[in-house]
Every structure is written in structure tokens, then in C-alpha cells.
Design a protein around this ligand. Structure first.
Ligand SMILES: [Zn+2]
Length: 510
């Protein structure tokens, strides 16, 4: 602790600002990039100034976020009250009216401070004790079914909340995990056999899956239309949330039957081929008995579909495991199979890395092949009890694996994209170069269609733009040639927007 902690707040603030000004050179030689780097170093131990800095910092994309995990419990309770729903005051399961014994109308619960607080705790990680060896896995995953009645029927409101929270975090791009056509897939799957021969089962399933595609596209259109109406995007000026780009990844529930998983993945691959979604992912607890029993089968399904759909993009939850959760035999292969068998384009979690016998070869492969990893620090702290040096974040970062920070389920975790960056900077001492790289990587690793703005993202701090946009002030008005490229490549356009925001942000510190 330094003497500055004993100073009144305004004097500490002044001291930090003077230090930052001295470090930025006060008009001497240097760049705005160096200025912001020095400023971050000067304020990194001041929580108030660090929070202000990170809050205003452009963050690119949050490409690992579950739509059902975005809303805070307060939102779910409000929507449940609007619907006249009930809630069990022991299990905190939201239930359809009429209220059975042991449950009350949600509106009554909201009106009672004690019950309201208990309901929020029951529907989120608020007040959940995390002191070692406690970890929140069971409570965390239990919340999803408790608000399931409401999350199934309020997707436009949830999407509006996702965009609003992203805009508040200065996050311009979201890839949200979602189950589209859940009912249609359920009805289809009831009639499907399972032989285990993937080529045979694919032929049996694909016609039925294709019959759901038009409805899947209509579902997205309806969802986005209603979300934009809720946000008031027709107003001038429109709220900032309307400028957040939102795309979807179809999820398959790995705790379900093989029929469900395979049909859901085929549906995602078909929707991806039509440009309606970006790709597929497997969700729900990786340590669920069914997920463990069929892990290899699920990887084989993805490898098969990659052959059928060469453009298929795969994001996978892999390595959300610890020795507390599963037997040792389960810890040694999930990440490597996701990379080497399923051929995932990117992963999320990766926490169990060092239980893999050849983890050094694995991270080298990920770095060489550009297989990215969404780092989910708050989720891992709450669900797995893994924090600080126990988390392999820096191992991936130092090995050159493309890493980015995601929120996973910010409503349940009661976190935000801003909080993820604050945690990363505080716990891992990240420099501005490293933070900026995380931000840029989030878009480079996104599944947004089209080519990148970068010729080679490589390992250098400042990547080189493609020829069409070379030699220009990135993020400012593009030349005609560059504009043509940006118009044809959504990913590059998102990156161009980010570069403009980064440039303006850095210039504040010069
Ligand atoms: Zn996740």
C-alpha cells in the first residue's frame, strides 16, 4: 500500500492525474498510443479511475454470450409479474398461474423486500458464497430452469437488454448463443431413430431439418423486428443500443439425446449455409453425465458436418472442468478433441488445459492454426472457483493463442463486459498493448462474414491493413477503394468501426 491511499479522494485523483500527465510526456515526443499505455499504468491500482477508463474503452465484440444469461434477475421477475406468473418461494422456480401451494404471484414477491431479495439470489449468483472450497456450479446451472418459463417467451425483451448493456459497455458487436426452432426440432426429434452411423442418420434427418429453415429465418426476423421496436430504433436519434450489431450462433444442448444434438447441429449448419446464423456450439454443463458419456460422439458429429458443410463455423465450450467436478480421466482430452477432432474455429473456457498431457503442443497448435479462446473470468470464478494464477489465461496469452474476453452469462453472474476487462487488468497486470489486442482479437475471431481488415493479424502490436485500405487513417472516412472493400466484407467493416473508436479513445490520453 502506498501513501496515496491515505489521501482524501480528490487529492488522490489529482495525484493520479498529475502522474499520468507526467508519464504521457505533456506534449513531448510520443504518440497517443504511448499516452494511453502510460495512463493505464499510472491508474491501474486506483479502482475508481480504472473503472472510468475501462467503462469508456471501446471493447469490440463480446462473442461468447448466452442470450438467456444476459438479463438480470430483476428483469426476469418484472416480465414474470407482467405475465401474471407465480414463483415457488422455496426453490425460486417461476411457474405458470394459478399459484400452487408454496408459491406466490411474482408481483407480490416484488412488493416484499425480503422475498424480492431472496428471489434475486435464487435466480442469480448474488450473495452466493464463494469462499474455497465452495464453487457455484450447481446453483449457477440451476438458475436457467428457474427462469425458463420467462426466458422462453421474452426473447425480444432479452435481446433489447443485451443491446442496451452492450452499448453501455462500449461493445459494438455481439454473437449470441440461442436455440432457434426449439419446438420444431423437438417435434421432429420425437420421430427420429438413432443408428450411430452418422452418414445414415444424416440422410434420415436432413429433410426434416430443412423443413424448419424458413421458420427459423422468420423467427430471427421477428425477434429482431420486435427488439428494435422495444428499443425505439425508429426515433431520431436512435438509442445507442440500435447501433450494436447482433448475430446468432445456434446452440445444441449436449445434455440431450444424440438425436437432439445431431439434429440441432444439422439445423445450425443448414442455417449457417443460408447466412441466417453464424455457426454452431454445444452448450449446458460439460460435466453432465450425458455430455461426458457422449463427448467423443459429439466431436465426431462436428467432424462429420465439417465435411458436409465446408464453410461451417464451430465454437465450442471445452475445458469448463476442474478436478472438483469430474473424475481425473475426464480432464485429459476435452480441449484437444475439440481442436483436433471437431476442428473448432474457436473455444470457450479452456480452464482444464494443464490436465491435458500434451498441453504445450496443444496451445502451440491453437496459436499456429489461429484457434481462438474466449476467456470467461467471472464465470470461471463463480462456477468453477478458478481465479488468478490457477486460471491458464496467461499461459494461452503468452503462447500466442488468440484470446478475447467474453461475459458468458452476465445477468446470472451480475457482471458486465466492463467488469471482465477490469478483472483481467487487475488480476493479470495487462498492459495497454495486451488489452488492445484482446479487443481487436474479439472481432478478428468473430464469425462475421467476409474478409478481415487485416492482411495479417500476426503477433505484432499493430497489424497491417489489407491493400485496399492501406495508408489511410483507420476508422476515418475511407477511400472509395477501401469503402468498396468494407461494403463487401462485414467483418472488415466492424473492424473499421472499432479502429475509429480506438483512435478517438487513445487521443483522449494525449
Ligand atoms: Zn458459455
Amino acid at each position: 500500500m502506498t501513501v496515496s491511499f491515505g489521501l482524501p479522494m480528490h487529492k488522490r485523483l489529482l495525484k493520479s492525474l498529475i502522474l499520468a500527465l507526467l508519464l504521457t510526456g505533456c506534449g513531448g515526443s510520443g504518440t497517443s498510443h504511448q499516452g494511453v499505455a502510460h495512463y493505464l499504468d499510472a491508474i491501474r491500482n486506483d479502482p475508481a479511475l480504472l473503472a472510468l477508463f475501462v467503462k469508456g474503452m471501446p471493447k469490440g465484440g463480446d462473442i461468447h454470450s448466452h442470450l438467456v444469461g444476459v438479463p438480470y434477475a430483476e428483469s426476469y421477475l418484472r416480465w414474470a409479474a407482467d405475465d401474471g406468473a407465480c414463483i415457488d418461494i422455496t426453490t425460486w422456480q417461476i411457474l405458470a398461474a394459478p399459484c400452487a401451494d408454496g408459491s406466490l404471484p411474482v408481483a407480490e414477491v416484488i412488493a416484499d423486500q425480503t422475498l424480492y431479495d431472496q428471489a434475486i439470489d435464487g435466480l442469480s449468483m448474488r450473495n452466493f458464497p464463494l469462499e474455497p472450497p465452495r464453487y457455484g456450479h450447481d446453483h449457477f446451472f440451476a438458475t436457467f430452469s428457474r427462469f425458463g418459463l420467462i426466458s422462453a417467451t421474452h426473447k425480444p425483451e432479452m435481446l433489447a437488454e443485451a443491446a442496451t448493456r452492450a452499448a453501455a459497455d462500449q461493445t459494438d458487436y455481439l454473437e449470441l448463443l440461442i436455440t432457434l426452432q426449439g419446438d420444431g426440432l423437438s417435434q421432429l426429434i420425437d420421430q427420429l431413430p438413432w443408428t450411430g452411423d452418422l452418414a445414415t442418420d444424416y440422410q434420415t434427418y436432413v429433410a426434416g431439418v430443412r423443413s424448419l429453415l424458413a421458420a427459423g429465418e422468420a423467427e430471427i426476423t421477428d425477434l429482431v423486428t420486435r427488439q428494435r421496436a422495444i428499443l425505439g430504433c425508429e426515433q431520431v436519434p436512435a438509442p445507442p443500443a440500435c447501433a450494436v450489431s447482433i448475430r446468432f450462433i445456434q446452440q445444441a444442448n449436449r445434455t440431450s439425446s444424440n438425436q437432439w444434438v445431431f439434429a440441432s447441429l444439422i439445423f445450425g449448419a443448414e442455417m449457417g449455409a443460408r447466412g441466417a446464423v453464424l455457426g454452431v456450439d454445444l452448450v449446458s454443463p460439460e460435466d453432465h453425465p450425458n455430455a461426458l458419456a457422449h463427448y467423443g460422439q459429439h466431436m465426431a458429429m462436428l467432424a462429420f458436418l465439417r465435411g458436409k458443410y465446408p464453410g461451417l463455423k464451430i465454437s465450442l465450450h471445452a475445458g469448463e472442468l476442474t478436478g472438483n467436478l469430474v473424475a481425473p480421466s475426464e480432464l485429459s482430452f476435452h480441449i484437444s478433441q475439440a481442436v483436433r477432432i471437431a476442428g473448432a474455429n474457436r473455444l470457450a473456457h479452456g480452464v482444464s488445459l494443464k490436465h491435458e498431457p500434451d498441453w504445450q503442443g496443444l496451445v502451440a497448435d491453437m496459436a499456429n492454426q489461429g484457434v481462438g479462446l474466449s476467456i470467461l473470468l467471472t464465470s470461471n470464478a463463480q462456477v468453477l472457483g478458478v481465479t488468478g494464477g490457477d486460471h491458464p489465461f496467461l499461459t494461452y496469452l503468452d503462447a500466442g493463442v488468440p484470446v478475447m474476453l467474453g461475459t458468458d452469462d452476465q445477468g446470472i453472474s451480475r457482471s458486465s463486459h466492463t467488469e471482465e476487462f477490469i478483472r483481467a487488468i487487475q488480476d493479470y497486470g495487462l498492459t495497454w498493448d495486451e488489452v488492445k489486442r484482446l479487443v481487436r482479437t474479439s472481432l478478428e475471431q468473430s464469425f462475421a462474414p467476409g474478409g478481415s481488415l487485416w492482411r495479417s493479424f500476426g503477433a505484432q502490436p499493430e497489424p497491417e491493413p489489407v491493400a485496399a485500405c492501406e495508408g489511410q487513417a483507420l476508422g476515418e472516412a475511407p477511400s472509395a477503394v477501401c469503402q468498396t472493400y468494407l461494403s463487401a466484407n462485414d467483418k472488415a467493416a466492424e473492424q473499421w468501426r472499432l479502429e475509429g473508436r480506438l483512435r478517438r479513445f487513445e487521443s483522449r490520453y494525449w
